[in-house]
Structures are given as C-alpha cells and as structure tokens.
Write a protein that binds this ligand. Structure first.
Ligand SMILES: NC(=O)c1ccc[n+]([C@@H]2O[C@H](COP(=O)([O-])OP(=O)(O)OC[C@H]3O[C@@H](n4cnc5c(N)ncnc54)[C@H](OP(=O)(O)O)[C@@H]3O)[C@@H](O)[C@H]2O)c1
Length: 427
C-alpha cells in the first residue's frame, strides 16, 4: 500500500543545525550504524528502512502499517539517540515532521531535486541521498518498496536538473570569486599569496587544487592551519607575522581572515611589490575588508571584492528560486505517475507466483489425479502428452503476462509515462 511509505524527518526548515544533531544516530562507526539501524527496523516493525543524516536534515524513510503518533515518534527518536531520553516528548514531536503515502514520495522528490534544500539548487543532497540508499542497501535494510521509490526519485531529480535551471548560477561567494579569477586568464604557474587559513580560504584552496594552481605561500596567525592548506596544495606555510618579510614576487593575493582591521595596509602592500608596480590580482573575501582601500586606490590592482560577489550571489539565488515553481509542477506530475507505477509493481509481484502455481497444477495432475491412466500409456503416447503439457504450461504462463503488459502500455500511453524507464535503476 502506498500509504505504508512513511517519513520521519528533522530539517533546517523546522529547527537549527544544533538541534538537528540530536536526532542523528550518534556514531561514526559504520558497523555500529548498521546494527543500530537493523535494531530500529526490528524493534519498530519496519518493513524496510533508509536513513539519511546531513547537517541540515535527518531522514528516516521506511515502510510500516502503523501511523506514527506522538508516542511512537518519541520512543523511536529516544532509541535513535539515548540522550533524547532526557528531553521531553514535546521537544521531540515539535521538531519531527511525520509524512506518509504519496506525500512522503513528494517529499523525497523535493529533497533529491534540491527544492527543499537550505541552498536551493545545490546538487550535493542528491549525491548524499543516493549514497544513503546504497549504504542502507548494503546493511540489508532495503526491499522492493524503497527500491522503486528511490528509482523514481533518481529519475525525477535528473529530470528537474535537466529541464529547469534550478542548479545553474553559483550562489557561493568563494566559487564566484574563483570564477572571476579564471576570467582574468591567470596561468596555472601564477604565484599566490594566501592570507588567512579559515574555512573560506580553505575552500578557495580546494578550487585552486581542482584547477591545478599549486604555486602558493599560505600565511596565517596560527601556523598549523596554514600548514594544513599548504599541504593540500603542495605549497609553503608561514606565520602571518612573517608576511612583511616576504621578498619574492607574486601574481595573486587572496585575503580572508576574521580580523576587523585591514591586514593588507598600503605600507605593507608597497613593501611586498617593491619597485615592480605591475598589475596584480587582489581578492578580498573578508567582512569587513582586510585589504585597505588605499591599496586599491594607489596601486595597479584588479580588485575582486566580497560585496560585489555577495550581490551577485543574491541575484543568482533569486534566479534559482524562480525555477522552484517549474520544478514543483514537474514533481507534482511525477507523484501522480508514481501512484500508477506502484500499483503496477504490486500486480507484478502478485503475478510473479503464477508460473509456480501452474507448474504445481501440472505436477499434481501428472503425479496424482491422472497417474493411473498415464502409467497405462505406451511410451510414444506418453511422450506426446508430456510435450503437449509442457506446451500448454508455457502458453498459460504467458497469457496473464501479455495481458498485463498490454494493460500497462495503454495506461502509460494515457498518462504520458516513459515506458522504457527502468524501475530498478537507482544510479
Ligand atoms: N564562511 C563563509 O562562507 C564566508 C563567506 C564569505 C566571507 N566570509 C568572511 O570571511 C572571513 C573569515 O571567515 P572564515 O569562515 O574563513 O573564518 P574562520 O574559519 O573562523 O577563520 C578565521 C580566520 O581568520 C584568522 N583571524 C581571526 N582573527 C584574526 C586577527 N585578528 N588577525 C589575523 N587573523 C585573524 C584566523 O586565524 P587563526 O587560525 O590563527 O585563528 C583564521 O585564519 C570573515 O570576515 C567572514 O565574514 C566568510
């Protein structure tokens, strides 16, 4: 039954990242995770179970005949995380959303198509969802119902990404900064000075690595963080206090620290470039800016500033949000289609027993009902009868299958469904 599909979820739409963490199974160990999930499945009478945990959402997708009420939800999440035993049932139930039937399928489609994401259009969640499915499949938690639901989800998400522009136009400041840098056609041999080694510059360094920029020196207040980025890039790490003593040339400077006063003053920049006043690229991703205004005004710099990038990111997000309505329309149509696909699968399952039943009828007829008469037949007549029986068996098995395929073809034609879609493909 379609209404046996259930979702219990905690998302960024209802609560914050810190509270979401309370609803995650608290282990990094895969073997323990598998055993905890199998325990939940057995203890709560779940037919199948899939589990997804990210920093913005926890999702338990399962099949079960029971409607999860407050006491089920409270007990379930107290088993998920025993620390929740200290919390009252109200805290748990006000954070958990319970969704069932075709609404659960709808929710799954919206997650995969990143319509429900904190950053709409980020495909990362689609990858995470497929990984979660694969992982739960290897833990022996998945059966035919979740498999067909996920197969349809993958198809729908791919369709949304292909037929809408929801994932286009970057909304990440760092990615936009890197794109701007690329527009300057800076060669991969260019020398980078990276100032600051926090999350933002660490992400910037990942873009550098991906695009083969390795020639860099990383400066940071604490040397260990500088070293971590330098190690990834195969570059050099130095203390921020040493920046004034840097005497080699550079082409690009990437500055991003949480300092509230400019770090790259006019005096320091003048010292770094010396007499060579050719144009350099300066990227300042800090808020407030870490590169003094004097530097931009008095030196030949191609300046990439966070304020412009933030504005661009905002416009791009507005563009993505504009695509959400198109995605929703497509998803709504596909949920209707899934209802039919689900019924089809149920008939297939029921039909899968037909060949065995026909074989059993044949054996019963030969070995019991007509045994005495058959034993009296000469070998030629017996051979002919066996061949006739086998022929009849094969033809009888075929009749309901052909009738079923014919009925599906008509139904699919009426609903405009792609009959070649593979209900087993979750890749
Ligand atoms: N995260 C984002 O998505 C994002 C996007 C755009 C812009 N920003 C801006 O980027 C800046 C840094 O963000 P983040 O997320 O990378 O921060 P973060 O991970 O907390 O790292 C902060 C960095 O700043 C350094 N730092 C802090 N105070 C300093 C000071 N007084 N003098 C010199 N260095 C100092 C830290 O050095 P130690 O390692 O020695 O502590 C560290 O390298 C902020 O201005 C933020 O507004 C962030």
């Amino acid at each position: 039954m379609l209404k046996n599909y259930k979702i219990l979820t905690v998302t960024h739409k209802v609560t914050n990242t810190e509270d979401i963490a309370d609803f995650i199974i608290p282990t990094d160990d895969k073997t323990e995770l598998a055993s905890r999930l199998n325990e939940l499945k057995a203890n709560y009478g779940l037919g199948e179970l899939m589990y997804l945990a990210t920093c913005n959402r926890v999702l338990f997708f399962f099949t079960n005949k029971i409607q999860p009420d407050t006491s089920f939800i409270t007990s379930f999440f107290q088993s998920v995380n025993p620390n929740l035993a200290q919390q009252d049932a109200e805290y748990i139930s006000e954070n958990v959303q319970s969704i069932e039937g075709n609404k659960a399928i709808h929710h799954l489609y919206e997650i995969a198509a990143s319509v429900d994401s904190m950053v709409v259009g980020e495909r990362e969640i689609f990858r995470q969802l497929r990984e979660a499915y694969e992982e739960c499949r290897t833990y022996g938690l998945i059966g035919d119902n979740i498999r067909i639901a996920m197969s349809a989800t993958v198809e729908v998400a791919k369709e949304v990404y292909a037929r809408t522009r929801i994932g286009e136009k970057s909304v990440s400041v760092v990615s936009l900064a890197f794109r701007k840098l690329q527009e300057t056609h800076v060669p991969t041999s260019a020398r980078f000075l990276i100032v600051g080694a926090g999350k933002t510059n660490s992400l910037f360094a990942k873009f550098m690595l991906k695009h083969h920029y390795h020639n860099a020196v990383v400066f940071n207040r604490s040397i260990d963080k500088a070293q971590a980025i330098a190690d990834e890039l195969g570059a050099e790490a130095r203390a921020l206090s040493d920046l004034g003593n840097y005497q080699d040339d550079f082409d690009v400077m990437v500055v991003c620290t949480a300092a509230v006063e400019p770090i790259i003053t006019q005096e320091l920049y003048g010292k770094l470039v010396g007499k060579d006043e050719r144009q350099r690229i300066v990227i300042d991703l800090s808020l407030p800016n870490n590169v003094s205004r004097d530097v931009v005004e008095n030196f030949d710099v191609e300046y990439i500033d966070i304020e412009n990038l933030r504005q661009l990111a905002k416009e791009n997000m507005a563009f993505r949000l504009g695509e959400v309505e198109k995605a929703r329309q497509l998803i709504g149509k596909r949920v209707e289609e899934f209802k039919m696909r689900f019924r089809q699968r149920q008939i297939e399952r029921a039909m899968s027993d037909v060949p065995t039943q026909i074989k059993a009828i044949k054996s019963h007829a030969v070995e019991q009902v007509f045994k005495n008469e058959l034993d009296k037949l000469d070998p030629e007549a017996r051979d002919l009868l066996d061949r006739m029986m086998n022929y009849m068996e094969k033809r009888c098995i075929g009749i309901p299958m052909v009738a079923m395929k014919d009925a599906y073809r008509k139904l699919h034609h009426q609903a405009g469904i792609n009959k070649d879609a593979n209900p087993h493909n979750v890749k």
